[in-house]
Ligand binder design. Sequence first.
Ligand SMILES: NC(=O)c1ccc[n+]([C@@H]2O[C@H](COP(=O)([O-])OP(=O)(O)OC[C@H]3O[C@@H](n4cnc5c(N)ncnc54)[C@H](O)[C@@H]3O)[C@@H](O)[C@H]2O)c1
Length: 311
Amino acid sequence: MRVLVTGGAGFIGSHIVDSLIERGHTVFVVDDLSEGRRGNLNPNARLFELSVNDAEGLANAFAEAKPDIVSHHAAQISVRNSMSNPTHDAEVNIIGSLNVLQCSVKQGVERLIFASSSAVYAKPICLPMDENHPQRPESVYGASKLAVESFVRLYGDTYGIRHKILRYGNVYGARQNPGGEAGVVAIFTGQFSRGEQPTIFGDGTKTRDYIYVSDIAAAHLRAMDAAGDDDTYNISRGVAVSDFEIFDAVRAACDSPMQPKYSPVRPGEVDAVCLDTSKARQKLGWQPVVSLDDGIRRVVEHHRKTDGKIT
Ligand SMILES: NC(=O)c1ccc[n+]([C@@H]2O[C@H](COP(=O)([O-])OP(=O)(O)OC[C@H]3O[C@@H](n4cnc5c(N)ncnc54)[C@H](O)[C@@H]3O)[C@@H](O)[C@H]2O)c1
């Protein structure tokens, strides 16, 4: 199949591109390289270096690629930046996504997969949160993702684009940019290796649901099949891990005696995230296989091998 991956030179997108090419698909990437890197990009993928905000360029790329499937991963991913520069977040994450949807309609794309986030949920009223948990984002980033989910469903209903919305937990792994939405494993790994004292924001008890990037790529391959179309899925491990546990796991993998320093929680950060992933397990026939310790070991090994470079 012909698959167009927006954000395919970024962290998650590039792993998805690798797994698609490994399966024999023809892959096109739209990425403006604002955060992504050429070095991430599989040499067998064709890159259109442009912004999803360039409607005309995007339409030309779609016309050339003629994708059967679109995997939409291009985004401004920083929660903090979304709070300090909300219009930029909306421009890339909302307007850019509408451009992708418009091109998908025009080009007759069969199926679209949208990378959403657990940031769409309200403060948890119960844990783990399933897909029906109340949604009331606590950041502009989460509000943009939720808005685009609505647009994806609307375009599905109106124009018949089959779609799946995947709400990722905190994804980590090789090639992750330490400045990103969920770069804490990358940040701690870099800090330990430079001998710097890592900072925990809050008292260390805030929890997140971490998932290794190869498990995301595997979920994405499943999402490309027809089973479970036109629906929304939590994709994570379904395990709440505290900031201190993550710190401790990275410290152990880096073999460091360092203690953390603590700073106040940043705006837009929720206290606890843990996702109920049973729907994805049942309907997509997918399950995560990489344990937290194993995943963190892989990140630290990759960091050592590449001398701390992200790629
Ligand atoms: N990392 C996580 O834990 C996480 C969690 C939930 C959802 N997500 C979502 O997954 C997707 C990928 O995230 P990631 O962690 O790989 O981030 P990333 O920053 O590594 O990847 C995003 C890619 O989009 C590209 N991009 C940004 N603006 C663009 C634009 N205007 N036009 C074209 N390309 C543009 C960047 O250059 C980059 O390559 C995003 O949609 C993100 O919101 C990530």
